[in-house]
Design a protein around this ligand. Structure first.
Ligand code: ADP
Ligand code: ADP
Length: 226
């Protein structure tokens, strides 16, 4: 059962002599409940691939299917709402709103998703799920990297998306936070979430069920299934 599928996708940035062909005829099918790690050298197309999978950008050619719906022909507003309920993103630098507390960052996502009731208790539930309820009132800059990451994950989970897409989520974590993070991913995976994580981290990559290596805008090789 394929939940997300990239078919014969190319992505070209820029125009004229300054173009970059970031993806070259890439096909990747993600099964429901699968945990995939995407690895490969810097600048070779991993972030681009993740952004196209999440409908954050359009491919130059090819199609992206989410639950068998070709999302490349959707309007921006349809795409935005689809993203909101189907997909949670965790970005490399977490992109938390700096003037809002951990709880408020999560509440904001709930509110954007159309929920207006019980924002505090729902927000606290989400922070509790990631083990951060005790820091609910802290601003992001009063949290460690690992704690900020947890807020970002709680926020990504706000509208109960089926799919979690993460771009270098362990870039700035120490090994303790990393172990914590892996436990959390394991729990989310066991709870049925589909997880795609772009990572340079061998330990994180090693825990995924499938490893996809991207090189020079192409899928160079894949290892493992399940
Ligand atoms: P990776 O995630 O593997 O580091 P990226 O997908 O970020 O690779 O980038 C792939 C290539 O596309 C790089 O050469 C990068 O400079 C280029 N690129 C990525 N995003 C843009 C953009 N918005 N505009 C122009 N070039 C881009
Ligand atoms: P990564 O750490 O995954 O390699 P980068 O730091 O290269 O990602 O890029 C982060 C984001 O910045 C990319 O997802 C892309 O959208 C954008 N970007 C990357 N390279 C360029 C570029 N040459 N020009 C414009 N935007 C870029």
């Amino acid at each position: 059962d394929t939940v997300l599928s990239i078919e014969n996708v190319t992505k070209v940035y820029g125009n004229g002599p300054a173009i970059t062909e970031a993806l070259k005829d890439v096909t990747l099918k993600v099964e429901r409940g699968e945990w995939i790690a995407i690895t490969g050298p810097s600048g070779h197309g991993k972030s681009t691939l993740l952004q196209l999978m999440g409908g954050l950008d359009h491919p130059t050619t090819g199609s992206v299917y989410l639950d068998n719906l070709d999302i490349t022909c959707l309007s921006q507003s349809d795409l935005t709402s689809l993203r909101r309920y189907k997909i949670g993103f965790v970005f490399q630098f977490f992109n938390l709103l700096p003037h809002l507390s951990a709880l408020e960052n999560v509440q904001m996502a709930l509110w954007l998703g159309g929920l207006s009731k019980n924002l505090i208790s729902r927000g606290m539930d989400l922070l509790d799920q990631v083990g951060l309820a005790n820091k609910a009132g802290n601003l992001p800059n009063a949290l460690s990297g690992g704690q900020q990451q947890k807020v970002a994950i709680a926020r990504a989970l706000a509208n109960n998306p089926e799919i979690l897409l993460m771009d270098e989520p362990t870039g700035n974590l120490d090994s303790v936070s990393e172990a914590d993070f892996l436990d959390l991913l394991q729990r989310l995976h066991s709870a049925g979430k589909t997880i795609v994580v772009v990572t340079h981290n061998q330990v994180v990559a090693g825990r995924a069920g499938r490893l996809v290596r991207v090189k020079d805008g192409k899928i160079e090789r894949e290892e493992g299934h399940g």
